[in-house]
Write a protein of this length. Sequence first.
Length: 136
Amino acid sequence: MKKIAIAAVLLSTAMALWLLQYRSPAGMAAEPASLDDARAKVTHSALLDNARVEVIERVMEPGAVRETHIRPRDQVIVFLNDAEYERIDPDTGEKTIRKRKAGDVIWHSRGEVAPQLTNVGKTPLRSLEIGLKGTY
């Protein structure tokens, strides 16, 4: 069962990357006037959704804010471009700046509290979120 899940993630990633080569990132926008504007600058595009995986492309424009939430499933995140973002720890409130390179891959477990993120870079932050559904 784990081999099937791993194969599904790898296949999904390959398919999503192939699809993304034909898509251009969203253009840059001015600084948001409010937190609502900052939230609106985060877009999600479903690239694949089946019984085993969900692949979403997330684009965060400069200044965009992704709110804290509980992760609904295990997920692999692949950064599609170099990125710089501020992370606010949900437990301590500590702010840190994280830098990622295109191709960096990170793992998050179901049930984790995802921190608030703000894109502090000069370009859109583009990532693939590959969520594993009921594969274990």
